[in-house]
Design a protein around this ligand. Structure first.
Ligand code: SAM
Length: 335
């Protein structure tokens, strides 16, 4: 079983990595369409480019980070960015030697046709095309194999008894915990009804409860958790909501409680194409938000009186990190 899981995880990493080769084409296409390589012939701050060309600054920043990772753009001093000469020539709107139009044809005509293939092939297309709940619950579970041992050592060290999983998806982490620690009380909170049903179906252990609730709705607890986890879910929430969630977690946990979070970071390791592009997907999706940066997590922890006890990389090339936060002790006389 364990060997199969490791093989599956390695295959997942291989396929994730294989998608990286698409990123230079995507990046070149956006740069060509908006004349961004020409605009960045001379170093320029991205905020200025966004303002002058009326572009969404957040998405433009994601495009820039991906461009730096794939070698199309270079950072210059004072927060400015410049395009690399060879890509500027090839993807210029004006240069006669530009071949941008070929990339445009691929990206606007042929790639969308390939992507529509799955719907066209069958006379009875797949239902629920807008509901990606099952897909994301399934793929994020792939990281479990690597991340679970870290989570398990926190459980053992802290002797946690009541564990709450926010945005629990299919409950893969809870199932693993239940198998290793049959006496713990385990609750999963998940907003998507179909995902909750599937999680309940997959639960091999009767002492896991799944509740269909919104993390933001101040869920009440029968017993206060001593460990709360929230894995691969921060990017569903905007800045204000993230702060609300940290506050809720702080108030819910017992005084020596722990908060565990497995999340991709926007600023994981510099120059990695996949995290840069992952951030572009997340920022571009409706109802999704940019990945957190390490600095943002530090600030959220600080503001909400958590101490970062441990941070480790889980899947380096994808930018996933494991955080273990503990509640700071309040000084006597403080609220
Ligand atoms: C990417 S999945 C991660 C699942 C699991 N934690 C893991 O790491 O494998 C994120 C899950 O959070 C759920 N979710 C998103 N917003 C939520 C909310 N406001 N309240 C509860 N669950 C939410 C999604 O439906 C999804 O199943």
């Amino acid at each position: 079983m364990l060997v199969n899981e490791i093989v599956r995880m390695n295959n997942a990493r291989k396929w994730m990595k294989s998608n990286e080769s698409f990123l230079p084409t995507w990046h070149a296409y956006i740069g060509y369409r908006y004349g961004l390589f020409d605009r960045l012939e001379k170093p320029m701050p991205i905020s200025m480019l966004a303002a002058e060309d009326q572009l969404d600054e957040q998405l433009l920043n994601c495009w820039v980070e991906t461009g730096i990772a794939v070698g199309h753009l270079k950072k210059k001093g004072k927060g400015r960015v410049k395009s690399v000469k060879s890509i500027r020539r090839q993807m210029s709107k004006f240069d006669k030697s530009s071949v941008g139009v070929l990339v445009e044809e691929m990206m606007r005509l042929h790639i969308p046709t390939l992507l529509a293939f799955d719907q066209k092939l069958s006379k009875d297309p797949h239902p629920d095309e807008d509901d990606y709940g099952h897909v994301v619950a399934e793929t994020s579970a792939l990281i479990e194999t690597i991340a679970y041992p870290k989570l398990n050592s926190v459980i053992k060290d802290t002797k946690a008894k009541h564990i709450l999983d926010l945005g629990s998806g299919y409950g893969g982490y809870l199932n693993r915990i239940a198998a290793d620690h049959p006496d713990l009380s385990l609750t999963g909170i998940e907003i998507n009804e179909a995902v909750v049903q599937e999680a309940a179906r997959r639960a091999d252990h009767k002492h896991i409860r799944f509740k269909q609730e919104d993390i933001l709705s101040e869920i009440e607890h029968d017993e206060r958790p001593d460990l709360i986890m929230m894995n691969n879910a921060l990017y569903y929430f905007n800045e204000g909501e993230r702060s609300k969630i940290f506050d809720y977690i702080y108030r819910s946990l017992v005084s020596k409680g722990s908060f565990v979070m497995i999340t991709p970071l926007a600023d994981s390791e510099k120059g990695l194409a996949f995290p840069a592009a992952f951030n572009s997907f997340m920022s571009g999706h409706e109802d999704m938000h940019p990945l957190p940066t390490r600095e943002e997590i530090k600030q959220l922890a600080d503001t909400h009186r958590f101490k970062i006890k441990n941070e480790t990389a889980v899947v380096k090339e994808g930018g996933w990190h494991f955080f273990h936060l503990t509640k700071k002790r309040l000084k006597k006389g403080t609220a």
